[in-house]
Ligand binder design. Structure first.
Ligand code: KG4
Ligand code: ZN
Length: 354
């Protein structure tokens, strides 16, 4: 089955064609086109929803066109073709996300489904992040994910732990009580006058930080809960900033390292504790924060040095597939296949785990 997937929930406009066969353990990517308005949002230090949607409406058709052309170039001899016969179904992110942005993708997908007479599969964006691990490009190569698996979704809007007993059997376990991990990176980045988004910038600066000069809190780490909380960390950084008239370059680097260490320690320890409790065989890292190399390394280090009953295998998507993209939406659609008629499809900005 070949699926043309569309993702427009936040600041990216993306379309992809993915392919999977009935018993495939992984899905392959025939094309994955991403147009980002990040540089535009960097100017304002964050996303202005209306600006995001206005940009997406300009790019959605060219992005879909390019995704189809790239896929068809792989499937058929040249000259390239825009022929939609190569796809069996459409998939689209219906939520959670910004309503204006979601509508761009949903209404476009509905139009195409009607014109091309194709089935359409609604996808929860959070499932999409998890299913980036089921693309053939995950960092374990063809090693297959075994169930039960525990997924940590750490993105700009969410920090959730979910238990996956099997495809279509996904249970939410815990989430953040305030800011998401990516949101914490972004807000702290703004406090330190770093460019948006804060996550990659903090990761870069952390490399030059000294780990011995300050200590920030590890929120909820030792409480009897799998929930997360990151707003206290942001307040602790604000206090550090207010202590100084002006921060030196080195002081900013030191703060970046300690912020990153705090977020990583909390994410890794809580995830592995939950993994032990639910006796999982696989740990799946996902969401934009999963692109952080230190976080990936810390998961691997903990799993290599400590004993766990079932000793779960660690998976993370290829770095460029951690942040928003349509290939992950196609993957989620393939494994959670559920057609709806285009007439009933609606965007739901508040969609979560049911
Ligand atoms: O998943 P995503 O693309 O969008 C949402 O669905 O929210 O995640 C974006 C988030 C941003 O908060 C960004 O700062 C964070 O992912 N991020 C990172 C890194 N790359 C992106 N955080 C830490 N380290 C990174 N290398
Ligand atoms: Zn996302």
């Amino acid at each position: 089955m070949r699926i043309l997937a569309i993702e427009t929930s936040c600041d990216e406009t993306s379309a992809a064609v993915v392919e999977g066969k009935p018993n495939d353990k992984q899905v392959s990517i025939l094309s994955n086109v991403i147009s980002t308005s990040l540089s535009l949002h960097a100017k304002t230090g964050g996303i202005i929803p209306e600006t995001a949607a206005r940009e997406q409406i300009k790019y959605i058709i060219p992005v879909i066109q390019q995704a189809l052309i790239n896929a068809n170039l792989k499937l058929y001899p040249k000259p390239y073709t825009l022929n939609p016969d190569s796809i069996d179904a459409l998939a689209v992110t219906i939520g959670p996300g910004l309503i204006g942005s979601l509508l761009v993708g949903v209404e476009t997908a509905k139009t195409l489904a009607m014109c091309w007479n194709k089935p359409i599969i609604p996808v929860n964006h959070l499932y999409g992040h998890i299913y980036a691990n089921f693309l053939t490009t995950n960092d374990q190569g063809p090693t297959t994910i075994q169930f039960p698996a525990l997924a940590l979704i750490a993105s700009g809007g969410h920090t959730d732990l979910v238990l996956i007993k099997d495809h279509k059997k996904i249970k939410w376990i815990a989430g953040t009580r305030d800011d998401a991990a990516g949101e914490a990176f972004d807000k702290i980045g703004r406090l330190l006058n770093l460019s948006y988004p804060g996550g990659p910038e903090i990761e870069k600066r952390a490399k030059a930080g000294n780990p011995k000069v300050l200590h920030l809190p590890r929120p909820l780490l030792y409480e009897d809960t799998f929930d997360f909380s990151f707003s206290g960390l942001k307040t602790a950084v604000l206090r550090e900033v207010q202590k100084h008239k002006e921060l030196s370059n080195q002081q900013i680097n030191d703060l970046c390292l300690e912020v990153q260490n705090s977020i990583i320690e909390v994410l890794v320890k809580k995830t592995l504790r939950a993994g032990e409790k639910y006796q999982v065989k696989s740990i799946l890292l996902s969401g934009g924060v999963a692109a952080n190399q230190a976080l990936r390394d810390q998961f691997k280090f903990e799993l290599n040095t400590k004993r766990y009953t079932l000793h779960p295998k660690f998976f993370a998507p290829a770095k460029n597939l951690c942040t928003d993209n349509a290939a992950m939406i196609g993957s989620a659609a393939f494994y959670n296949y559920k057609e709806v008629s285009w007439q009933t499809l609606t965007a739901n900005p508040e969609l979560y785990f049911s």
